[in-house]
Design a binder for this molecule. Structure first.
Ligand code: PLP
Length: 390
């Protein structure tokens, strides 16, 4: 099996599993209980909080555990809007994950106004566009750190400099970035940041929201007093411990992994560009691209068909298209970058992780090149192109 879909999820790392196992077996106590064995679980949770905080340069009491990226994103938006005294206007971008976009759509139905900032052809937001859309009633700006489809890394520090001048809280979805590029909440200048463990070798169903001290935010859930009264519900101790182990491991390995994985990315980009004609790289060609992200449109064919061909040969990758009512909807991210339907539907994302090596690129190219050729032979669009119709 050739797994090239690490942006969807990553395999649980062995050390992470080992750190979690005691909390799924003998250390089963409720961390809110007062007896000694339960207090040990509380201590393990707090150790993990400390580890995560130190990786992103936050204080431990600024880390709140959640069920993952989606909950953290929902909380940041709904909790901030409810607590805001400024008004009911949100600024976000057209290329956010659905964990943000669909919450914004929901908030519009609740009477909020939302501005969706456009991006340029490489996926970048212009700081001047943000500045121009700020109003007295703007209560939140949410712009992702790195895009899940094309890997574009936004200039968050330049954007938050603007919101900080206006006293508007800034949330960033760092779900794709954490564990893969360095993150420092002080340098980013943000008040909230979402994390999800399964994107960096941790378990699924656990994440965190960083909330800078004194940032006004209401709770999503009412119930117990867990997470300093901010997030009710008995803690997922095993998940929390696993998340701490996974993020610490990734941070320790980052100085080696970042250049290694970036080199894999650059090699694959070169190989596809050289060996597959009419293939177009989506996203930025520059530095500000996630180390593991490669996204190409293959003209004249559908990404979905290519994906199935790769799957039949044991290769896992991803398209940005969503299947709704039986028809393929092109990715909202690629459309926002200015691609037409044909190119957006012809896109495929390959995402590398710690387990991939250069041998995987060779294997992929051996499968990908004939698959593209085969699909093009069957493509009426390609036929027209060859005959010079278009
Ligand atoms: N935000 C981004 C950018 C993502 O890529 C994802 C998952 O793909 C999420 C949020 C949602 O995270 P989770 O799967 O932990 O709910």
């Amino acid at each position: 099996m050739l797994y090239l879909d690490n942006a969807a999820t990553t395999p649980l790392r062995t050390q992470v599993l080992e750190s979690m196992l005691p909390y799924l077996t003998e250390n089963f106590y409720n961390p809110s209980s007062v007896y000694t064995p339960a207090r040990k679980i509380r201590a393990a949770i707090d150790d993990s909080r400390q580890n995560i905080a130190s990786v992103i340069n936050a204080a431990p009491d600024e880390i709140f555990f959640t069920s993952g990226g989606t909950e953290s994103d929902n909380w940041a938006i709904k909790g901030t809007l409810e607590a805001s005294k400024r008004g009911r206007h949100i600024i976000t971008t057209e290329t956010e994950h659905h964990g943000i976009l669909y919450v914004c759509k929901h908030m519009e139905k609740q009477g909020c106004e939302v501005t969706y900032l456009p991006v340029d052809g490489e996926g970048f937001v212009k700081p001047s566009d943000l500045e121009a859309t700020i109003r007295p009633e703007t209560s939140l700006v949410s712009i992702m750190l790195a895009n899940n489809e094309v890997g574009t890394i936004q200039p968050i520090a330049a954007l938050s400099e603007i919101t900080n001048r206006h006293g508007i809280p800034f949330h960033t979805d760092a779900v794709q970035a954490a564990g893969h590029i360095p993150i420092d909440v002080e340098k980013l200048g943000v008040q909230m940041l979402s994390l999800s463990a399964h994107k960096f070798g941790g378990p699924k169903g656990i994440g965190a929201l960083y909330v800078k001290k004194d940032t006004p935010i209401f709770s999503l859930f009412q119930g117990g007093a867990q997470e300093r009264n901010r997030r009710a519900g008995t803690e997922n101790a095993a998940g929390i411990v696993g998340m701490g182990t996974a993020l610490s491991l990734s941070a320790k390995e980052l100085p080696c992994e970042l250049p290694r994985v970036s080199a894999l990315r650059d090699t694959l980009i070169r190989e596809i560009s050289e060996k597959i004609p009419h293939s177009i790289l989506n996203g930025t060609t520059g530095e500000n691209r996630l180390p593991g992200n490669v996204n190409f449109s293959f003209r004249f064919i559908e990404g979905e068909s290519l994906l199935l061909h790769l799957d039949m040969q044991g290769c896992c990758a991803s398209t940005g298209s969503a299947c709704s009512s039986g028809a393929l909807e092109p990715s909202h991210v690629l459309m926002a970058l200015g691609l037409g339907h044909e190119l957006a539907n012809g896109a495929l994302r390959f995402s590398f992780g710690t387990e991939n090596t250069s041998a995987d690129i060779k294997k992929l190219m051996e499968i990908l090149c004939p698959a593209v050729d085969k699909l093009r032979i069957l493509s009426p669009l390609y036929d027209d192109f060859i005959k010079g119709v278009n």
